[in-house]
Design a protein around this ligand. Structure first.
Ligand SMILES: *Cc1c(COP(=O)(O)O)cnc(C)c1O
Length: 350
């Protein structure tokens, strides 16, 4: 397939001269730094944060590249995946002209970010078992369809999307195809990062917010061709990842074994919670999960949701979402939390 990234790009972004930070011109660590108007005496905090961080996060990308089997130049780091989503719209979608294809029910930020950027949304529903409708997706697309977002494993449905459907769309969709793998660590499915060299129209998103347990630090990853990553780097705020985040993750990333243990613990709890929920007579359906949550169908889910809050157990009400009637999305917690949920559920559902 011939794919020309520049023909998708908004013309003013192609022409854009990016901001050059003080630290672009001299990258050495030694020196008298009087170039960035920082406070030379240190910080108000115990730990010093007075110097601007590396705008390219080079040390961190080196380590991420090793774990993910990609080159550092194929990695973009954002202030959460949400920043990558927003930058994709701003780079490729002309407001009032271009459109994006979304596949509900799915992650809400694709739609919110499209609306913030005044980008038309074309929706093609998933099937009742939450799989793609590839022919309908292609039929909904036109020359102005710049991005297609596929979330796999999908939020809120928890299933993985059929790989052959995504491959078919990579071969036939004319815009960028984003595969959001926020929950890939909880799935037996291999990442689409292995397909990056084959598909220049592919961008894979992952995050440190879920399996790595770093939601508060705000660190999202995007993997794509060097050319596409260069565009995201060109338009991002120069210092989008704080020094605290870079240093903390760099120190932690060496202990990948700890993450793997936490993933195993979450998967074991997922099976426990699923097993216990199945025993409750009022639970109508538990959708198969490749994520760290379960989508559970219960009669009068709206009422159950409210009653659970009274018991100080907070789940996510998805009852009003397409194809999710009477469904609650329940994050897998610790054994104590899961037992608290089960106890509260049995109390509020008569
Ligand atoms: C949680 C989640 C993310 C993560 O977003 P961050 O901004 O990195 O915290 C991304 N995509 C989906 C589908 C999610 O559910």
């Amino acid at each position: 397939m011939s794919f020309d990234l520049n023909s998708l790009l908004r013309p003013h972004i192609a022409k854009l001269q990016p901001y050059t930070s003080a630290r672009d011109e001299y990258t050495g660590k030694e020196g008298v730094f009087l170039d960035a108007n920082e406070n030379p005496f240190g910080s108000i905090t115990e730990q010093d944060f007075n110097r601007y961080p590396d705008p390219y996060q080079s040390a961190l990308k080196e380590e991420i590249a090793k774990i993910k089997g990609v080159r550092p130049s194929q990695i973009f780091l954002g202030n959460g995946s949400d920043e990558a989503i927003d930058l994709l719209y701003r780079a490729f979608c002309n407001p009032g002209k271009d459109n994006v294809i979304l596949l509900p029910p799915t992650y809400g930020m694709y739609e919110v970010s499209a609306n913030i950027n005044d980008v038309e949304i074309r929706k093609v529903a998933l099937t009742p078992d939450f799989q793609l409708q590839p022919d309908q997706i292609l039929a909904a697309a036109d020359a102005n369809s710049k991005i297609l977002f596929i979330c796999s494993p999908n939020n809120p449905s928890a299933n993985k999307v059929k790989r052959e459907d995504i491959l078919f769309l990579l071969e036939n969709f004319k815009g960028l195809l984003v595969v959001d793998e926020a929950y890939i660590d909880f799935s037996d499915e291999p990442s689409f990062t292995t397909e990056l060299d084959r598909f220049p129209n592919l961008l894979v998103m992952q995050t440190f917010s879920k399996a790595w347990g770093l939601a508060s630090l705000r660190l999202g990853m995007a993997f794509a061709s060097e050319e596409l990553i260069r565009i995201l780097n060109k338009i991002k705020p120069p210092y989008n990842i704080s020094g605290l985040t870079q240093d903390t993750v760099l120190a932690a990333i060496k202990d990948k074994a700890k993450v793997d243990r936490m993933i195993q613990d979450i998967l074991a709890e997922r099976e426990f919670l699923k097993g216990e929920l199945e025993k409750l007579p009022f639970v109508q359906r538990i959708h198969p999960s490749h994520a760290n949550f379960l989508l559970v169908q219960i009669p009068n889910a709206n009422q159950v949701y409210d009653d659970l809050i009274e018991e100080k157990v907070i789940v996510r009400n998805r009852a009003k979402v397409l194809l999710c009637a009477d469904c609650l999305r329940i994050t897998v917690g610790t054994r104590e939390e899961n037992e608290a949920l089960l106890k509260a559920l049995s109390k509020v559902v008569k």
